[in-house]
Design a protein around this ligand. Structure first.
Ligand code: GLN
Length: 300
């Protein structure tokens, strides 16, 4: 879209949709509407109800700049610097993975595994934006938690999110290599590790490949490196009745189960995401009553 184009709201919107379509953006209408709102402060319905409203040159230029970024396949969440997760508005930054709806499966599993007034300690390994820990603590007011990430910049974002959402006094965030600096026993361990096969990174959508921190995606040659690294140290961090919840790639359930079973853990369950794909593996110490023995037969 060129400067000097009509600056009526409806015309700006139509030109924006066209620019994004031309760049191959499938969600062109939705994205143009969100970016137009961000640039001009208009309401969602104004594009339909008030299309002739004149927009000042400044906001129109901001809209054009935002469209250029989206046309370069930068995700809307990164352009706006925030993302909604579990109905919480989280700040994003280049060092933290953009939270995915899939990861809400871990939050739901954590809530299923704990009573609403239960006290307890939560550990979030590879916390990124802090989304998992903050979402669980938002529903469990008596719990406290620690988030750890190898990126100090991610830790700053997570801490800022916790502060803004009123959870500063129940959280602390540390920069460090996985579990190395952590002591203590945790009732819940949450972890969305990198699990994409290194060789598959190049095939990811540009939105992911070009804009997500590689360290949050690259799970080594078979995508399972993080589970292998964590399994041997998990036991000393888990309280006797505690549960660890790992996000997995949807084809990795059997392989990930095998890694944790080999390290002496019990598989408590496998939770599916909204698309019905296995997404969250729940593991614990010791023996529990398992109703569905298919988990162990390797055919699930
Ligand atoms: N679910 C993410 C994606 O496919 C991957 C996140 C991860 O490796 N933990 O883009």
């Amino acid at each position: 879209m060129q400067e000097g184009d009509a600056r009526a709201l409806g015309a700006l919107f139509a030109a924006g949709v066209e620019a994004l379509r031309a760049a191959g953006i499938a969600s062109a209408r939705l994205d143009a509407r969100i970016l137009l709102q961000a640039a001009t402060g208009c309401r969602p319905e104004d594009v339909i109800l008030e299309p002739t409203t004149e927009i000042a040159a400044g906001p129109a230029a901001v809209f054009r700049a935002l469209l250029d970024r989206r046309a370069g396949h930068e995700p809307v969440s990164r352009i706006l610097g925030r993302r909604e997760f579990w109905s919480l508005s989280l700040e994003l930054g280049p060092a933290a993975l953009d939270p995915r709806p899939d990861s809400e499966t871990l939050v739901a599993a954590a809530l299923e595994a704990s009573d609403s007034d239960a006290p307890g300690c939560v550990l979030d390994l590879g916390t990124g934006s802090g989304c998992l820990l903050i979402a669980v603590l938002s529903e469990r007011p008596r719990m406290r938690g620690i988030g750890i990430d190898c990126s100090p910049a991610a830790v700053r974002i997570a801490a800022s999110n916790a502060r803004r959402l009123g959870m500063a006094d129940r959280t602390s965030f540390l920069a460090g290599d996985w579990v190395a600096p952590i002591r203590g026993k945790f009732d819940l361990i949450l972890c969305n590790p990198p699990y994409i096969e290194t060789g598959a990174l190049g095939e990811l959508a540009r939105e992911v490949r070009d804009f997500e921190p590689r360290a949050a995606l690259d799970g080594g040659p078979d995508g399972l490196a993080a589970y292998r690294a964590l399994a041997p140290t998990l036991g000393k961090l888990l309280a006797p009745q505690g549960m660890a919840l790992f996000e997995i790639g949807h084809t990795q359930a059997d392989a990930a189960k095998g890694i944790f079973i080999n390290s002496g853990f019990t598989i408590h369950g496998l939770h599916a995401d909204l698309a019905g794909r296995p997404r969250c593996l729940a593991v614990g110490l010791g023996m529990v009553q398992i109703e569905n023995r298919a988990w162990f037969s390797g055919d699930s």
